[in-house]
Design a protein around this ligand. Structure first.
Ligand SMILES: [Zn+2]
Ligand SMILES: [Zn+2]
Length: 129
């Protein structure tokens, strides 16, 4: 039940280390600074959709390891982003996790609706055990 523990597991995982290194290698400059015309080395990889919005460990892993959800940032920009997220989170956190859940449901419903009646070649991204 502990999200902290789940995050710890993700950040300690080999997958995270690999994707994080790949992101920094492909995007070595801070993306926030770059948008301001500054070239600053990225030092951290930020999740655009915070992984804390996940409602399950599976969903958290999907958010954490989705390449398009990653952003290369310098330490300064990273702490600024989280500062902004924190100040918004008081009323925003509940809503953003609901929004994430909603997106999740919609995506699944679309797949289900699409495959109705005929066998679909697109399978739900279900994990095989
Ligand atoms: Zn920056
Ligand atoms: Zn971050």
């Amino acid at each position: 039940m502990s999200q902290k523990h789940d995050k710890q597991r993700i950040y300690n995982s080999k997958e995270w280390k690999i994707i994080r290194a790949a992101k920094l290698q492909r995007t070595p400059l801070c993306e926030v600074c770059k948008s301001k015309g500054l070239a600053v080395s990225a030092r951290a990889v930020h999740h655009i959709i915070p992984i804390e919005t996940a409602t399950s460990f599976e969903e958290m892993k999907q958010l954490a390891f989705r390449y398009t959800n990653l952003m290369s940032v310098c330490y300064t920009c990273h702490s600024e982003i989280h500062e902004a997220l924190r100040s918004r989170s008081r009323e925003g956190h509940q809503r953003s996790s609901e929004a994430a859940l909603q997106r999740w449901i919609e995506k699944h419903e679309k797949v289900v609706a699409h495959s109705e009646g005929k066998p679909s070649p697109v399978d739900l991204p279900e994990k095989k055990k």
